[in-house]
Design a protein around this ligand. Structure first.
Ligand code: SF4
Length: 435
């Protein structure tokens, strides 16, 4: 981690308050944060194949391989104002041929150039609706750029400014491991009654897998409706598509949604892809309503109930809102749980003067605080919790891909092969017709 930015005498009270809440770590949007925690997926479509001798899900530790080539010195040594000038000029030159999408967790220096902000699925739909744009620069992570490629037309090219911007959660379930799990389930239970459900935060290959096997994609907004469609129940008590769900890659979203729908501990089991037969006996494989893949988001899993206790001690009457990728013990003691869009609405709807403790990625939390001056929005975690892979997208990489487009060179294009895209679309369209 680099040293923190210098502090000017003009530093605002709000900025000081934010720094203090963070234990004065000095890390704010724009800092460079390097982490070895993220490991790009093996052979992501559109990316060079990673030369791994063994598979990650078998527990083999390996060195990270950088997919992204080093940027030319022109970009790595440029001052922020030079980068802004280059990005602005390239954007103006490309005009309506270009659409820049910014995920809520992006840095401010990137978000400043976004034509639209949103969550992963919302941005993909915006890309699909903007058919005029020939180039879609997706400032987010790899699976999001894949989804955008799946949903956009053949005349549109999707670009990810840094190929190393993966998602550590998405990488916790790869297609080989999921196919193995499916084969084991087929040997232990009636596979025709198992519905595979993948979270939007997954590779195109997994979305295609669920499409081929009668399953569906879900988002953090519609996971309840999707599980009700899969397993039945709900307000009309109707029957579902099956008796069991294999849910991947985020165990927490699956568990939190299961509890919210009335399932108990004994109805759920965790499939550990590092263990033989997921570490489960045949009775459990046959009886569990929800088989939850042992994956998690390294950002949201950081939040603990103790953070909420500390927030409430400091701000009696404060409101606690967390994302459903947080663990269940955190969700249980929060005031509200919901998707990124839900969190944004909760802050907007809170009365003037409210103090809101939020359990999600820090760039969104800080932006909400900056953009709602009549309220105080703080991270529940006093330490730093940026998404290190989202953080890879920065002004130098954005300038590099945009200047490439101006020069007629498409850098870092993300493509999904036609068959994978076709089945992934089936799973996405099933979701849209379900909820
Ligand atoms: S915040 Fe978590 S789920 Fe989202 S991109 Fe980062 S690692 Fe993946």
């Amino acid at each position: 981690m680099s040293g923190g930015p210098s502090r000017s005498p003009e530093e605002s009270l709000r900025t000081r308050r934010f720094r203090l809440h963070w234990g004065d770590t000095g890390l704010v949007s724009g800092d460079i944060y390097r982490s070895g925690a993220d490991i790009p997926a093996d052979g992501r479509p559109g990316c060079p194949r990673r030369p791994l001798p063994e598979r990650l899900h078998k527990g083999v530790v390996h060195d990270m391989v950088r997919l992204q080539t080093a940027l030319p010195e022109r970009y790595t040594t440029a001052r922020p104002d030079e980068l802004s000038e280059w990005i602005g000029e390239a954007k103006a030159t490309l005009g309506s041929r270009l659409l820049i999408l910014g995920h809520h967790y992006q840095r401010d220096e990137v978000m400043a150039w976004a034509d639209a902000r949103g969550d992963s699925f919302g941005l993909s739909r915006i890309a699909a609706d903007q058919s005029e744009a020939e180039f879609v620069v997706f400032c987010g992570v790899h699976f999001m750029a894949e989804s955008a490629d799946i949903l956009t037309g053949d005349h549109q090219q999707v670009i990810l400014p840094d190929l190393n911007a993966g998602c550590s959660m998405a990488d916790m379930a790869d297609i080989d491991a999921v196919e193995e799990a499916w084969d084991v389930l087929a040997s232990a239970t009636d596979i025709e009654r198992v519905v595979p459900v993948t979270y939007m935060n997954s590779s195109a290959a997994l979305k295609a897998f669920v499409g081929r096997h009668g399953g569906v994609v879900c988002t953090s907004s519609n996971a309840s409706a999707v599980l009700t469609w899969a397993l039945g129940g709900g307000t009309d008590g109707g029957s579902g598509q099956g008796d069991q769900v294999l849910f991947f890659p985020d165990q927490h979203l699956g568990r939190n949604t299961g509890f919210a729908l009335g399932y108990g501990h004994s109805d759920m089991a965790v499939w550990n892809p590092r263990l033989d037969r997921g570490g489960l006996d045949d009775t459990t494989l046959k009886s569990a309503s929800l088989l939850l893949w042992q994956g998690h988001c390294s950002v949201h899993q950081r939040f603990r109930p103790a953070h909420i206790d500390a927030f409430r001690a400091e701000y009696p009457g404060g409101l606690v809102v967390v994302h459903p990728e947080c663990s269940h013990d955190v969700v249980e003691v929060a005031d509200h749980v919901g998707s990124t869009d839900f969190i944004i609405r909760a802050v907007a709807d809170a009365p003037t003067g409210s103090v809101i403790g939020v359990g999600t990625e820090i760039h969104l939390v800080k932006r909400l605080d900056d953009e709602t001056p009549d309220k105080t929005v703080v991270s529940l975690d006093p330490l730093v919790c940026p998404c290190s892979t989202m953080f890879r997208i920065d002004a130098p990489h954005l300038a590099w891909v945009l200047e490439g487009l101006v020069a007629g060179e498409v850098r870092n294009r993300i493509t999904v092969d036609e068959d994978t895209a076709k089945w992934a679309r089936v799973a996405l369209e099933r979701m849209l017709s379900t909820v």
